[in-house]
Design a protein around this ligand. Sequence first.
Ligand code: CA
Length: 239
Amino acid sequence: MTTQASSPTILVVEDESSIASFVSLYLKNAGYTVRTASTGAAGLAEAANNPALIVLDLMLPDLDGIEVCKRIRQTSDVPILMLTARDEDVDKIIGLEVGADDYLTKPFNPRELVARIKSILRRSAPNRRDLETEVLEHGDLRIDAGRREVKVVNEEIQLAPKEFDLLWELLDHRGLVLTRDQLLERVWGYTFAGDTRTVDVHVRQLRRKLGDASPIVTVWGVGYKVSPAKEASREHAPA
Ligand code: CA
């Protein structure tokens, strides 16, 4: 496979110039083209040039990273990795309201940032999506991988990209318990033991959004699995 075309462009939106420059340095050394922006407004303007991925700081002087991320999401599925100073922000960031794909808490190891960017780009490669033209049904849930659409009975449920991938991965392995590390590797593409809190945050969001239709069962001390399908409640479907 020779993908030696132009190197993917990473947009780094970060107002702290010391962080922006060391992140840029590591990304350039890893072979990426780097663009930087030091305000939310400048980040939005740069995002319009279709970068392959955006590293977005949460705390910016004008628009905060959450607002920037929401606005980008109105028109684009570009992968977004958020940088945050606090762990508490994670639930919000990863959820649909904001729609980031991943996050790192400051201070972070730049090698980990590069590793995550590589895996996000690998996972968002178009050839993977082409394979997913399948539909899975489980009780009241219907998941169309081609359209990336989830329905409970007939109601469409809006999921963030990683929530969708996680749900698919679990349903695709019905009957098996998947550990948090396995889920991280399969859904996020980490090839090392990463921060498994990401998995828990996404499971929590899925349960909240799917309500009673959520098939996800916690296997204490191990990971997650899918419960056997209940009888589909088709009688609730509108005629
Ligand atoms: Ca900042």
